[in-house]
Design a protein around this ligand. Sequence first.
Ligand code: SF4
Length: 461
Amino acid sequence: MALINGIETHASAAETFLQDEERVDWHDKALWNLRHKRDLAAGTVPEWEQLKQLGSEIKLHTLSNLSRYLQEFEQNCQANGITVHWAKDGAEHNQIVHSLLQKHDVKLLVKSKSMLTEECHLNPYLEDRGIEVIDTDLGERIIQLRKEPPSHIVVPAIHLKKEEVGELFHEHLGSEKGASCPTYLTKQARYHLREKFLQADAALTGVNMAIASEGAVTVCTNEGNADMGANLPNLQIHSMGLDKLVPNMDAVGVLSRMLARNATGQPITSYTTTYKGPKPGGEMHVVMVDNGRTALFKDELIAEAYKCIRCGGCLNTCPVYRKSSGFSYNALIPGPIGIAVSAHKDETHSLAWACTLCGSCTKVCPTKVPLDSIIAKWRRVHAEQNNLPYGKGSYMPYVGKLMGNEFLLNTGGKVARTALKILPGSLMKPFSGAWGKSHELPEVSTTDSFETWFNKNRENK
Ligand code: SF4
């Protein structure tokens, strides 16, 4: 196991996941299936590319005028009877939420749809203070019972088999032993969660879009759990990162046409609800969190990562994510977008290399986040700060010299081809690290190098 500062590198954690070949195969297929559905759904919208352009411009415009829209949002929220709180980091966010819950003597909080609260570590914070927190999205409840973080931002339990969920529910919810039928298990979860919804003293949800012109927030779910939570107890809290702001309802229209299509291939999420004020006799609060976002806005390219609408499409298409799972990333948000927003915090300096730079993520992104360029930039930043991953710092300067010299490159190619012909692949594998251990080397061409072939054929034209 390769550890840096006591933390596992991406390659090392990926190696652990790769031990279970069967799981790797269906994980890969399940995610590729989502990507396939996304392609079909996008294909039903003739103006898809124009929508992407609009989505990108809306998000960029909002980020460029953030302080104006934040003020507009707060003023309109206040006019609607909503209280807006400001948190500079996760600690402040948690204190604000806790003080609201304390004020209302909350013992049980139902929570839904919030990667931000994972980012702020809200659950353990509240549990340490005697408040029970129940995650109510089916996938999130599953991983909460397993005491695991999500492995995907849209389908958080995608790494688990239905049999494993069956065992878990038998242990915690008392479902039949050995049952693994998804319909049966979903029903068991529903009975269990209904009880919790009815007992809850407060509800907290994430936010998909906060609408400045309306002073309202839009929440999208497929299970209706956010709506159930927000409509039952009197205290309703919505936690959001500053980047979730959009100017108006037209923007919601554009982005919500792409969100579900790009995530799961659905035309729209089953529940898309806009909350514009508290229930009669109730309270509605929005907690706005920075937590390092505005610091990254200073870099024009990296700031574009915050155009993200968290559809998960880039994870589903990423060959590295599909083969190595969300747990191999030393970051809460995995996959290409996770690298884009977390590489600066990665003490192993390995995240920015968990990428083939194939660009598939950038191609599928509905708001045109230039993910591959951002990841390449993080590599450059690490190199400039002398933070290259173990080994790269020592051999990459020589590789650079080799690649920059035609004679050396051609000679090196000849030597490598000869060596690969003489030595069996297994002897070469140790030199290609964790990657090489799980890949078959291609057969070596018995004919010329590509360069010789190219020159010969070019001359023939
Ligand atoms: S970066 Fe783009 S594709 Fe990835 S989650 Fe965000 S919006 Fe979706």
